[in-house]
Design a protein around this ligand. Sequence first.
Ligand SMILES: Cc1ncc(COP(=O)(O)O)c(C=O)c1O
Length: 414
Amino acid sequence: MNISTLAIHGGLTGDGSSGATAVPIVQTVSYAYDTAQEIADVFAGKAPGYIYTRIANPTTTALELRLAELEDGIGCVATSSGMAAIASVVMGLVKTGDEIIAASGMFAGTVSLFKSTLGRFAVKTTFVDSADVKQFTKAISGKTKLIFVEAIGNPRMDVPDIPAVAEIAHRANIPLIVDNTVTTPVLIKPGRFGADIVVHSTSKFINGHGTAIGGAIIDTGNYNWKTGVFEDISKSCEGAGRLAFLAHLRNLIYRDLGGCAAPMNSFLMLQGLETLAGRMAKHCESAEKLAQFLRGHPKVSWVNYPGLEDNEFHSRTAKLFDGRGGGLLTFGLGERDKAFRFIDSVKLAKNLANLGDTRTLVIHPCSTIFHEFSPYEQKQMAVTEDMVRVSVGLEDFEDIRDDFAQAIETSCGD
Ligand SMILES: Cc1ncc(COP(=O)(O)O)c(C=O)c1O
């Protein structure tokens, strides 16, 4: 099936017993069994069954099956947030003393997790500029356990060469993890380009309406967990085979950290998925038009959108995303004050910390999402004082353009 069809019909759909077309919300903590032996068998893994919603839930299972199909994966674990997905994956792979390599222009929460939280456990992360593939090779040491990139960096807007980075990771026998939040499986299925694990903040384009926080982890099936690099996971290959990593997550890391998806949120993500392909097409179309409008505006200093022909990542965008640049862009008006005045002047766009909503959203990353980083760190992450980040919504393009035009005039007028 093609992507729009799969997003509606993939995995479990509806409810066989009532005929309902929507997946039921199984709003329960736990699941009752008739006998002590029956529940003991489920705990021991001798019989299938649900135990407790922190480990698995039928509504969330429906979401997991659909996301796995959409990403061409062998399985999925849905989480309470994108950060819970990233934290679970990474904590499932690294131990004290290990190292991570990550792209430098990524979401601030992920950078903070790698630098500060994992730093507390003596896990070291080396951040590299994804524009230069050789930097990944240079950063690899005997202690490196994974490489992590975003398919489009938020807010650096860089597009890592996923096939080349996957090859570097595989030469070192380690997995490549790709955060596909900004691009979604509509633009790219990273597994087809060599990625081993795909993570999502489903709070963004997948939910699509700014109504629920969630995340997901998909194993693409590309990495051979038997290699012995991750000893405990190799051992679980005996029982779980190719699903060893997901079993290791479900039965240990995810279970112990407690970052499970709420059933109501899983329902909202399933509903969001049904319209994802159509929405992404419109997000991309309007973002490209807005990028072109801003680039042609005399008062705009710069625009960063990988879909623009003269963008440094345009050829990778063509190769990996079929030429579509996504729904996110950044631009500058030359000064921090002008960026603030622009944000204060927009009437249609909302000023808030999210992306992938139906509404057009703007934010000043330097003073908000990245405020805790030093000016030096912000520079490394390509966050500038004059940067405005825009998540282009589904309103009529002419209304978005007119709102931006009036706000630029107000903020940059003489
Ligand atoms: C690329 C990316 N990954 C992960 C996250 C974290 O997701 P969540 O807010 O659902 O925890 C975000 C949030 O903005 C993001 O933009």
